[in-house]
Each structure stands twice: as structure tokens, then as C-alpha cells.
Write a protein that binds this ligand. Sequence first.
Ligand code: HEM
Length: 415
Amino acid sequence: MGSTEDSLPRLVAAAARSGDLFRIHAPGRRSDTWILNNPADIKRVLVTNHRNYTKGVGLDRVRILLGDGIMTSEGDLWRRQRRMIQPFFHRRVIESFAEIIEVQVERRMALWESAAQTGSPISITSEMSEMTLEIILRAIFSVDLEWLTERMGQNPFALVTEHAARDLQFAYRFRGLVRLVGDLVNRRRSEGLERHDFLGMLMAARDKETGAPMPDRELLDEAMTLIVAGHETSASALNWTWYLLATHPEADAQVAQELAQLDPAARLSYADAESLRHTQAAILEAMRLYPPGWILSRRAIADDVLSGHRITAGTDLLLSPYLIQRHAAHWDSPESYRPERFLLDDPRDRWIYIPFAAGPRHCVGENFAMYEMTVHVARVAARWRMEYLDDGPLDIEAAINLRTRGDLRMRLHPR
Ligand code: HEM
């Protein structure tokens, strides 16, 4: 299946034909790939029997981009990395990034001011890509982003937004930046610079069991991983959120009403962001319909049984947040954008909503992403309503992430 042009429509059609656990034959692969689309099997693979599964198809390419960081590692190495990195995403630590997030959100809004006044369109897609890149780069490098930019004569990471295709050429160019980040690590060490940012945390991290620091190679891989993992997913989720709010006036009005009470001058704490329930529901529902990570791949280490079927060692599996989150057996009006479903105290099955995956390998950046996205949507939606300017059906690109193929244009109207 992979990330070819029509992989998403083919997957949707196959699931409609074949039910909740089925296999497909992917040309070029020795064995069949199983698609699982039911909560029990998803739970087994991601949670209860997760030790029996490694990441599967497509990992080699991701490794060219990210090396052996937490996203691509397995077994004991992954467990050690996760143990060391997980504390960076404690809500208290995330909140310490509030200023970085608010400053970038405000900067972006200031850039939109004249477009809002003249009614000129903005490309929300590229704006979200640039803003989330700024935020994650500031969270990783803080003030040293200037040092990196001076050394290169430009923001060295600009290629992340400029080069949309995540192909091999991108992977090699991006990897070329590892040495630059290595220079920064050396500079911080030789000058004794202590910074409160993810790079500083990676440098200071110690393995709880051995007390050992992260080897340099790994530290650089983790920094590169955070850039890629933290940028495009959040950019996509926000792009979809704005598209859906702009095309669903009732949902947009609910968010605006909630935000009318917000003090624009007071910083939003993590708890404040969580209390914006309509705003968060608008984002969660956007990620239900358009999960940026639309497909997860796994490979069985030993034999297993899923829904009564024997899965032999080495079998590739695909789980799709996109499919299960639109599954008619589990969701009312699954194709409709209805943020209010996230306001109900319903006993929804935990395993039918997995935009951040689930289990021990779920997205380590989930809380960071939710905080960042909520602060952004809250600030912008309190000030402006977005009008979607493009006609015709949406062109969806299901590559590594689920994105819009072209840029979406919006006009900003004052509330
Ligand atoms: C809306 C935003 C985001 C979405 C939808 C998302 C989704 C995901 C998903 C589905 C996975 C699991 C992939 C798999 O198991 O195959 C994942 C893993 C991961 N994400 Fe996110 N992510 C988001 C934002 C972030 C942010 C902001 C960061 C970092 C700052 C981040 C860092 C990571 C890392 C490091 C992993 C690998 C975790 C591990 O394997 O232990 N993500 N993400």
C-alpha cells in the first residue's frame, strides 16, 4: 500500500469490500499484508501484545531521514530512549514552552494583520507549516536558532517547509544538517552554555538505570526526529482544523463563543488550554476525520492470533486511524464534522480514536501538540473568522502524512 497516489482510496475501498480484518497482496512484497480495522485487534497489536510487534513497512526510508532515534528504534534501545525522552513531555515542562508558543502565534497573527485589513487571502497551509516549524525549532534550539541561522546565512531548516515532497532527496539534504546541530552541541559544551530547550534536555538526560548520557550520535538523531515528528503532523492537523471550522459555521460559532471570555493579554496555561473544551473538540474532531498519521505499520516478531486468524512471524500489518475513525459501526454520521461528540461523556471504545496511536509507543509529543494547537486556534479564532476561498472537492494527499495536496486559501474576517 505505501504512499502512492491512490493508496487511501484503495484502502477505503478494500475495507468496504472486505471487512475488519483482511489481507491484501502488495506487489513487490513476498507475503500478504494484513489490514486490521477493529478495536480488539488494534488494542492487541498496539497495547496488550505490543512486544510482539516492531515497526514495519516503510521504516527503512524513515531511518534514512531520522537515523536511529526514538521513532525508528526497537527493543531495548527504544525503551531506553523513551525512558529518557518521556519526561520532556510532562505537562509542567510543556508549560515552560508557553512563551515560545505564544510568541510565535502572535508573530504569525501580526503577519496576517494587513491581509486581514485588505481582505487579501492567506495560504493557511503554508502559514501552518511555517508556524509549527518555528515553534518546534524554538523549542529545540531556543536562542541558538539565531546562531545556526547566522552560520548558514539563512534558516538551515527552511527546506522542511520549502521541500514538500518527503522523498530521498529531502532525506539526504535534511541529514546533511546533522553536522551543523553537532557543532551546536559542541559549542554549548565548550562554552558551558545551559539552555532550557529540548536540545539542552537531550544533553542533560541520563539513563535512570545506568546514569549514562545519550551517545552523541543518538542525541543528534533525537533532535532531528523531534523536528520532523513535531512539525508536519501539527501543521496538517491545524490546516484541517481551519478548513473544517471555515466550512462549518455552527462549530465555528461554538468555538468563538467559548473564546469570547478569553483575556488576550493573559498567557494560557496548560490547564487553561484544557478547559477550552469546544476549541479542543474542534481540533480532536478534525484529527478524527483527517488524522495526519493516517496509517501505522507493524511487523509480527512471533506468531499471533488476531480475530481468530493466525498471523505468522514476519507478517506485515497496517492499522489505519483514518479507517477506524470513520468506521460506521463505531461512529454516528462518521463522515460529518461534529466536534460536539468530543464533549459527551460517552463510553466510546478507546481504540476507535487513535490519531496519536496508542499503547507504549503512542506519540510522545501528544500533549505538546495539543497545547500548541489549542493556544494557536484559541488566539486566532478569538480574533478572526476564516472564510475558505477555494471551490471544488478537496484534493487529499496521503503520503507519510495526510495533507491537502494544494494550499488552502482563507480570508480573515474580524469577529
Ligand atoms: C497533531 C500532531 C501529532 C500527531 C497527529 C502525531 C501522531 C503520531 C503518531 C500516530 C505516532 C505513532 C507512529 C507509529 O507508532 O507508527 C507518533 C509518534 C511520535 N511522535 Fe507524534 N504526532 C504529533 C505531534 C508530535 C509532536 C509535536 C512531537 C514532538 C515534539 C511528536 C513526537 C513524536 C515521537 C518522538 C514519536 C515516536 C514515539 C515512539 O516511537 O516512542 N509528535 N506521533
